[in-house]
Design a protein around this ligand. Structure first.
Ligand SMILES: [Ca+2]
Ligand SMILES: [Ca+2]
Length: 316
């Protein structure tokens, strides 16, 4: 996964922002190797990316409290900087408060884009970055602490989040890195239900764990997890994208009026019928889904899950 291609991979539209900035939102996902960030600056509608890149261009800096101690630690804490109009991302290591950081080699990648996003149809600045977890001394299942600074000439702003970022690391945002699920889904090829094929040869089904699964003509398949997915390739290699998703809001209390409840039950039955049609009326797939519903789920929880599975089945 590279910056620029994961934006088209729908991952960003499936997740919620983990952090809000003065002029936009931050989305974070990770796999076992990298931290991926989308900084969607809906409030920067001026494309300052002239060539060659100058200090007037839009720019971003990420600050990492690598040792998670809330202090600016010399030789340890890091910065990544990029300016629109340049493909280059710079990594620098802190030399302590008040001293200019030292440049360091990096395998981080970044791309500056300008266009609409699910959060604003008006064209705006978007930064996509991938940072190797090894450079951050981090790993899946652990935490990273980071701060953001974004610049724009048009409209003019210089946002630091937290505001005193340059001399105080105690208020940085903390993000928990998801642990990719074990590659347990491997080895099931051919054992599952039939599913439905569309004209492109894609088969949509629900596997024995009750998860939406998309099987492609080339023999690869994608299993959609609660947030993110696992791709399994024909030779069995697996690649998992997980996200640090915010919790869904609690559903409203159940209605007391029997008519309202009946209407919601009808909605659930309709959703199940849609799901059944999407998997080619495969009763085994539908049953696998139903087995994954909790016995104590409310009608709202069922609506939420069924809608999610339908969206996942339709995600390609
Ligand atoms: Ca701008
Ligand atoms: Ca530190």
């Amino acid at each position: 996964m590279q910056p620029g291609d994961f934006g088209r991979g729908q991952i960003w539209s499936q997740i919620k922002p983990v952090h809000k900035l003065g002029h936009g939102y931050v989305f974070v996902v990770n796999d076992a190797a990298n931290l991926y960030l989308l900084v969607d600056l809906t409030g920067d509608t001026g494309d300052d990316s002239g060539m060659p890149a100058t200090t007037e261009n839009d720019a971003i800096e990420l600050t990492f409290d690598v040792d998670l101690d809330g202090q600016i630690t010399a030789q340890t804490d890091e910065f990544y900087f990029m300016r629109a109009g340049s493909e280059q991302i710079f990594r620098s290591i802190s030399l302590g408060q008040g001293r200019k950081p030292r440049l360091s080699k990096t395998d981080a990648r970044a791309s500056a884009k300008f266009g609409p996003s699910p959060y604003s149809q008006s064209a705006h600045r978007q930064w996509e970055l991938s940072v190797p977890l090894t450079e951050l001394s981090a790993s899946a299942g652990g935490n990273v602490r980071l701060g953001f600074r974004v610049w724009s000439s048009n409209p003019p702003f210089d946002d630091s989040d937290p505001p005193n970022l340059t001399h105080d690391f105690s208020q940085l945002a903390q993000v928990h890195l998801a642990t990719p699920p074990a590659q347990a889904a491997g080895g099931q090829a051919g054992a599952g239900p039939i599913g439905s094929a569309n004209p492109s040869g894609l088969v949509r089904t629900i596997n024995s764990e009750g998860k939406a699964e998309l099987r492609r003509p080339d023999g690869s398949r994608r299993i959609l997890n609660n947030c993110g997915w696992t791709d399994i390739f024909p030779k069995g290699q697996a690649s998992t994208i997980t996200c640090a998703e915010a919790q869904s809001p609690d559903p409203p209390p159940l209605p007391v009026n029997p008519q309202n409840l009946k209407w919601l039950d009808g909605e659930n039955a309709s959703l199940l019928a849609i799901m059944k049609a999407l998997v080619g009326n495969d009763q085994q797939a539908v049953q696998s889904y139903l087995n994954s519903e909790g016995a104590d789920w409310t009608v709202y929880e069922k609506i939420q899950k069924r809608t999610k599975i339908i969206n996942q089945l339709l995600s390609q």
